[in-house]
Ligand binder design. Structure first.
Ligand code: PLP
Length: 398
């Protein structure tokens, strides 16, 4: 039996795999702390859950429009306008099962066989897999730590070819926490327009910025030309602690949006209607719950950054946004723990899980072999215990 070559080459999502492993180890009686997942431990806010519960008791529409109920798409437009001054109409919006499906719809709409898509590393793993699945070619640009892991137009110029179709931007970034400034985005926008490209702008962490001096900016807001070329991807997963509700969306030129909805019509059709009603309550419910979440995440980030910077051998940039710290562990190379020689971040992740009951994600899945990724979406208690375990690992072996 031979399966599709393209499908069998898809790699498992690393953070989901680590989480499954941690859950299984806990069921088997280990006390594993999970700093692998980007899922905040907050409950979904009550007003959102109540809206969903109420909706179940009413006569809900059955199949809704594939692209989502109109009132929800209007609410997405209103929120995007009030937050960022970006003007869209409901016909520009496609509601999907999480940002993941929005990204899949986007990549499948834009990327043809052998089209190249520029992805800056460290990257979120799914970008590469989705481009490959669509028959495209991911062109990875390894950004430099001293540039804050942000891609520059000099780097873009070196890799652009007549086959380049799009660039994926993710700001705030998973896994680096980097946030692009206006001038950096302007330079990329000019490059995109000059070279007749598209931008896929993954903005799922737009609210998660921890410096008052830094403001979130969407590349789509830098003029009509770049807006037409940009597909904005967003999600309610992180902002409203709604990961499992599976609500994401894309904002795009109407022709692209129609193509995306067409693809979705043959895969999942509409997102389940209860989640759509819940999403509407989230978008209309005000930002108090979001502010509370972001303040707490800032506290956790600050704590984690401080503890990591106090430890010898580890190096990390302070994440400006997002949910993660990318820690360079290359100064541990040459060491060995219980027969596991340390030559990559993956070896460190393996030792931490097997010997110290701590789940983290190895950096190679983000295109950063020398790193491990820690999530500060975990509870403060878990963060404290998790970092204590890293401290013990270093003290006992180096
Ligand atoms: N984009 C990035 C950068 C992410 O980190 C994630 C989830 O971790 C997603 C998209 C997917 O989010 P969703 O839960 O909305 O599918």
């Amino acid at each position: 039996m031979i399966l599709s070559e393209r499908a069998t080459q898809v790699k498992t999502s690393a953070s989901l795999k680590v989480t499954a492993k941690a859950v299984n180890m806990n069921i088997s009686g280990f006390d594993v702390i999970n700093l692998g997942t980007g899922e905040v431990d907050f409950s979904t806010p009550l007003h959102i859950k109540e809206a969903a519960a109420h909706a179940i008791g009413t006569d809900l529409p059955k199949y809704t429009a594939v692209e989502g109920i109109k009132r929800l798409r209007e609410a997405v437009c209103e929120k995007t306008f009030s937050d960022y001054g970006l003007q869209y109409e409901p016909e520009n919006v496609v509601i999907s099962n999480g940002a993941k499906q929005a990204l899949m719809n986007t990549v499948f709409s834009l990327v043809g066989q052998n089209d190249e898509v520029i992805i800056s590393a460290p990257y979120w793993q799914s970008y590469v897999e989705l481009v490959l699945l669509a028959g495209g070619v991911p062109v990875i640009v390894y950004t430099r730590e001293e540039h804050g892991y942000k891609i520059t137009t000099d780097e873009l110029k070196k890799v652009v070819t007549p086959k380049t179709k799009a660039i994926i931007i993710n700001s705030p970034n998973n896994p680096t926490g980097a946030v692009y400034t206006e001038s950096e985005l302007r330079a990329i926008a000019d490059f995109v327009c000059e070279n007749d490209l598209f931008v896929i702008s993954d903005e799922v962490y737009d609210k998660m910025i921890y410096s008052r001096k830094v403001k979130f900016l969407s590349i789509a807001s830098l003029g009509e030309e770049i807006k037409k070329r940009t597909v904005v991807i967003n999600s309610l997963s992180k902002t409203y602690s709604m990961t499992a509700w599976r609500i994401g969306y894309a904002l795009a030129d109407k022709k692209i949006a129609r193509t995306m909805a067409n693809i979705q019509s043959h895969t999942t059709s509409n997102v389940n209607v209860i989640s759509q009603v819940a999403a509407l309550a989230a978008l209309e419910g005000g930002d108090e719950c979001v502010n509370t979440l972001v303040n707490e995440l800032k506290r956790r980030r600050d704590y984690m950054v401080q503890r990591i910077s106090d430890l010898p051998y580890l190096r990390s940039l302070k994440p400006v946004g997002g949910l993660y710290i990318l820690v360079n562990v290359s100064r541990l190379y040459g060491g060995s723990v219980d027969g596991i020689e340390i030559t990559t971040g993956r070896d460190v992740a393996k030792i931490l899980l097997r010997k110290y009951n701590l789940a983290v994600v190895a950096g190679d899945v983000f295109g950063c072999e020398d790193c491990i990724r820690l999530s500060f979406a975990a509870s403060m208690e878990d963060i404290i215990v998790g970092i204590n375990r890293i401290e013990n690992f270093i003290k006992q072996n180096f």
